[in-house]
Design a binder for this molecule. Structure first.
Ligand SMILES: C[S@@+](CC[C@H](N)C(=O)[O-])C[C@H]1O[C@@H](n2cnc3c(N)ncnc32)[C@H](O)[C@@H]1O
Length: 207
């Protein structure tokens, strides 16, 4: 087992301690159908660590205070392939410390790594162990070919938007994906809001 495997699998922790680690009991059922665009913001496991702890271990609030987090092992068991069209894209948010896990997860879900779709500048710095953190990345993975027909081809990667509630991603990212793929069937995984034109799936929004 290499360092990545050891780090990502060492602390089993799911939303229900001691519950059987089966995808059917951990996740709500997926809606029927296959989607061309899958937009996901997984509840990454911080292994008990609070996010953004910097010098002096100042507690600025961790994900687990806001929603249950899910281990990489359990996320891998989510059958995203079953709702993905043969030609589809997966857009996935990753915090910087989770980048290696995010690339691993996209591949485990049956996609090929493509590139960084969006770099979000949160317009505010947070303390970090190395540099002050300010940006979050939305990665893109591909299965088969890029869905057709395509919309806008001049959508920018760099996005500036003020941070809002904990973990909320800017609406602008979703809107840019809509511009790129206006006619495609789209689903948001681990969603907290339902938006016109998108199926929403997650513990906090389903429909
Ligand atoms: C990082 S947040 C998503 C934030 C969202 N993108 C936004 O902009 O507000 C992760 C979400 O995954 C949900 N979640 C946690 N465990 C889950 C599970 N087992 N199945 C489905 N959703 C889960 C959480 O409740 C939370 O809403």
């Amino acid at each position: 087992m290499d360092e990545f495997e050891r780090r990502s699998r060492s602390t089993p922790s799911g939303p229900v301690p001691g519950a059987p680690r089966r995808a059917e009991s951990l996740f709500p059922p997926f809606p029927k159908g296959r989607f061309d665009v899958i937009y996901a913001d997984p509840p990454w496991d911080y292994k008990g660590q609070l996010q953004h702890n910097g010098a002096g271990n100042r507690d600025t609030g961790g994900a687990q205070r806001h929603y249950p987090t899910v281990t990489l092992d359990d996320l891998e068991n989510l059958d995203v392939m079953s709702i993905s069209a043969d030609d589809s894209l997966l857009f996935m948010w990753s915090s910087s410390p989770h980048l290696d896990q995010a690339i691993h997860l996209g591949k485990a879900w049956g996609f090929d790594w493509a590139t960084v779709a969006f770099v979000w500048n949160k317009m505010k710095v947070n303390p970090g162990y190395y540099t002050m953190s300010q940006c979050e990345l939305c990665l893109v993975f591909k299965r088969g070919k890029i869905p057709n027909p395509r919309g806008a081809r001049n959508v920018k990667q760099y996005l500036e938007a003020e941070r809002e509630r904990h973990s909320a991603k800017p609406d602008e990212a979703r809107q840019r994906i809509e511009e790129m793929f206006p006619g495609q069937k789209k689903i948001e995984l681990f969603a907290r809001v339902s938006v016109k034109g998108w199926k929403a799936w997650g513990l906090e929004s389903n429909g």
